[in-house]
Design a protein. Structure first.
Length: 109
């Protein structure tokens, strides 16, 4: 019996699971694929927190750091289709913890 190739959502879930596991082992390309997969979520969350383009880009970068944290803490046995929901608190924590501006670096505000 030959294995039938997956298509549609099942294929995306399998590819995401493979990328998450590879990113946990340190594969940068896999990490970037996971980030690209979640880019619509990052963009939406960043636009809700900032209005100018440079701040939105900063928020997206902090969101990517949240994704990296989520990848480290995600259990390999868990279904990858739940990863986006799992990653949301980590992304939000990074974005909300982000301080911007010169004086915030000096005074922590």
């Amino acid at each position: 019996m030959t294995e039938v190739p997956l298509s549609g959502p099942a294929a995306k879930t399998k590819a995401l699971e493979k990328d998450i596991n590879a990113a946990r082992r340190g594969d940068w390309e896999a990490k970037h694929r996971v980030e690209r997969n979640l880019m619509p979520v990052l963009t939406t969350m960043a636009k809700k927190r900032a209005s100018d383009v440079s701040s939105i880009n900063d928020m997206i970068e902090h969101g990517k750091a949240g994704i990296a944290t989520a990848i480290k803490k995600f259990k390999p046995g868990t279904s990858a289709d739940r990863f986006q929901i799992f990653a949301l608190p980590f992304i939000e924590a990074e974005m909300d913890g982000k301080k911007s501006g010169f004086f915030s670096r000096l005074f922590g505000r």
